[in-house]
Design a protein around this ligand. Structure first.
Ligand code: DP6
Length: 360
């Protein structure tokens, strides 16, 4: 598929008004997307677990405008309140997707959105929110073109979501999604995420992700700034190569259910992401002392008890604690006894692998 395949043909009849609602999950990358080219093209391939509990629900009601205007027309509420500061991001998104959904300027949209997790939790909502919004717009397009296949629907929703936020393209389907061209995955694309097409051992079908909220509040580095730090970064080339190699390694790890090697790849990816930030110009440390305490406690517990529990990080201080269903009780107990004390106000979120977005 190329960008051209997502340009629609002329629509015949536009509905006067309707309302659609979608719930899209967040995702956690195992091999990280960090660094991009223009038009939201990733510098390296990535793969993620789709989550279940952390999600955004978005409703879009639309009414036909009297005449097509040059500007977009929309109102936006977040958790019931008007949110002017979210509007520029949505406007940028609409500008980027306009040519792929030429009906956008024909309508006035009322966008109502809410998250399942507190906005101030330090959990990035851009993936789930851009995915939910893209799905709502795709739903409208499907009403204009009812013959559209499900595969195309998901592919284009992912394509559009990517234009809102790169990682959002991995929040359409479950349970493992890969985005970015990779030699070992012939169907992979830089333009959209695909459901991981190769064999996955049952152990990786039910995985827990307990998110330790070490530091709530605004991110110190926005992802746009972060990705830009990879331009001219002294280790960029090696890092992008490493992501390809790690995805290669994951192929056999996922097929064979090799949890030990899985842990090595996933933890190394998390630390590399932060190492890239620490060695860029300007440089940042996004981990907090409690982030390191949690990591050390995980390592100690794993060594002492041989429990296959590991961590990953996103671009912040929170720690995602990953473990298979088979050690659920042990993992939960350890988190309660040892890790919760390192969370801000003792807050954490119990999440797990999910099946992707759904229409409500
Ligand atoms: C560290 O998808 O938030 O979470 O494309 O600029 O919106 P933009 O970036 P974004 O970057 C996510 C980076 C990451 C790693 C990952 O999810 O792969």
């Amino acid at each position: 598929m190329t960008e051209k395949d997502f340009l629609p043909k002329a629509y015949s009849v536009l509905p006067a008004e309707a309302k659609v609602t979608w719930k899209a999950p967040s995702n956690i990358a195992l091999v990280k997307y960090w660094g991009k080219h223009p038009n939201q093209i990733p510098a390296n391939p990535s793969i993620s677990f789709t989550l279940d509990a952390c999600s955004t629900t978005t409703s879009v009601s639309f009414t036909k405008r009297d005449s097509k205007d040059t500007d977009f027309s929309f109102d936006l509420t977040f958790e019931g309140k008007s949110k002017e500061d979210f509007k520029p991001k949505v406007n940028t998104f609409l500008n980027r997707i306009d040519r792929y959904l030429p009906f956008l300027k024909e309508y006035h949209f009322n966008i109502e959105t809410s998250n399942s997790f507190p906005h101030s939790s330090g959990i990035a909502s851009s993936a789930s929110s851009m995915a939910a919004l893209a799905l709502c717009f795709m739903d409208i397009e499907r009403q204009l073109n009812p013959k559209m296949s499900n595969d195309f629907f998901n592919m284009k929703a992912s394509f559009l979501a990517r234009l809102g936020s790169g990682s959002a393209c991995r929040s359409i389907e479950g349970d493992l999604v890969t985005w970015g061209e990779h030699g070992g995955l012939t169907e992979s694309s830089n333009l959209y995420g695909i459901k991981y097409p190769l064999e996955v051992h049952p152990i990786f079908k039910k995985y827990h992700d307990t998110i330790m909220l070490v530091h709530k509040g605004q991110k110190q580095v926005s992802s746009t700034v972060g990705h830009n730090l990879m331009k001219g970064h002294p280790y960029a080339k090696q890092r992008f190569q490493q992501a390809h190699q790690n995805l290669d390694r994951l192929r056999s790890i996922l097929a064979q259910g090799d949890v030990e090697d899985f842990i090595e790849v996933v933890e190394s990816e998390a630390l590399t992401l932060h190492a890239m930030m620490m060695t860029s110009t300007p440089y940042f440390i996004l981990m907090k002392p409690d982030t390191l305490e949690i990591i050390n406690k995980i390592w100690h517990f794993r060594k002492e008890t041989k429990t296959p529990i590991c961590f990953t990080l996103d671009a912040g201080a929170n720690v995602h604690v990953l473990y298979p269903e088979s050690v659920k009780e042990k993992g939960n107990q350890f988190i309660q006894d040892e890790l919760v004390a390192h969370c801000e106000k003792g807050h954490y979120i119990c999440d797990r692998i999910g099946n992707g977005a759904r229409k409500l």
